[in-house]
Design a binder for this molecule. Structure first.
Ligand SMILES: [Zn+2]
Length: 287
């Protein structure tokens, strides 16, 4: 799944290439790609027609295109393999092209939603008074959002009977942190993923949030080099940041800090990579 930095790269690309363009028409080539739009494909295309797209928005991993002259937004679900591409009209259709959006201008490009596995899609939703599509109103702000409340996050950690990696992945507490960046931030903070959050002090929370922000900002700066071309892309399988990872995917390799072989443990249908020396488990028992 794409995480916050990858989705932000896509958002910036869309901001550059499709913001403030008026939709001429949309074409749904596979109904599954609009299955979250309950009134169906015809309603979806009819309601997009003639509306200008506003500035693309993101919260956590969620990306949406507001329709500038309405209180509605097109929410993009990228799923496992969804891509938003801005392509010249003459570029041959991608094999897994699901939705095409044409614009009422002479710029010569169109927006394409391509999705091999069709877990993703586009859907139109009413906005909340805050300008969020109503179906994601419960998603917390992400740590790169200037309005993210560090103190409220700390208090929530203290109240919750949970462990730190679960908390980092809880989208109602903090959004945009997935498995990869959680492992990276925990390694940087020298924290074991199963550490109970009730024991967190304010400085420890602040340090961890700092690492979460640093790792995301670093990933963004790497991904940020590719959005300058006429190509808006996201693909969960090919992270831009792979070369810079310190924890995720490094099972058996030496810890970059102390040289101890990194370990990987099954964790909630996924896995966690950590250094058994730098990131001691919360109990004396080594898990
Ligand atoms: Zn180590």
């Amino acid at each position: 799944m794409p995480e916050l930095p990858e989705v932000e790269v896509v958002r910036r690309g869309l901001a550059r290439w499709v913001a403030h363009r008026t939709i001429a028409d949309a074409e749904v080539l596979h109904p599954r790609a609009v299955r979250r739009h309950v009134p169906g494909p015809d309603d979806f295309t009819q309601r997009l027609k003639g509306h200008p797209i506003g500035s693309p928005c993101r919260r956590g991993k969620y990306l949406w295109l507001p329709l500038e002259d309405t209180d509605e937004s097109v929410l993009a679900h990228l799923g496992m393999s969804g891509q938003l591409l801005v392509q010249p009209h003459e570029t041959p259709d991608e094999k897994h092209l699901r939705i095409r959006v044409r614009f009422a201008d002479a710029l010569g490009t169109e927006l394409r939603f391509v999705d091999q596995r069709t877990f993703g899609g586009l859907s139109l939703h009413d906005n909340t008074p805050d300008g969020l599509p109503d179906v994601i109103a419960h998603i917390a702000r992400d740590p790169l959002d200037p309005l993210f409340d560090d103190e409220a996050f700390h208090q929530a950690l203290r109240r919750k009977r949970t462990t730190i990696k679960r908390a980092l992945l809880d989208q109602s507490l903090i959004s945009g942190v997935g498995n990869i960046y959680a492992d990276e931030a925990l390694w940087r903070a020298r924290l074991h993923y199963d550490r109970p959050t009730a024991t967190f002090t304010r400085p420890r929370t602040a340090e961890l949030l700092g690492h979460v922000r640093d790792v995301m900002t670093a990933a963004l700066s790497v991904g940020g080099t590719s959005f300058d071309s006429l190509y808006v892309n996201v693909n969960g399988e090919s992270g831009y940041f792979d070369r810079s990872l310190d924890a995720y995917g490094r099972e058996g390799l030496p810890c970059k800090r102390c040289g101890t072989p990194m370990r990987r443990r099954p964790w909630m249908n996924r896995s966690s990579c950590f250094c058994p020396k730098c990131q001691r488990p919360p109990s004396a028992r080594v898990v």
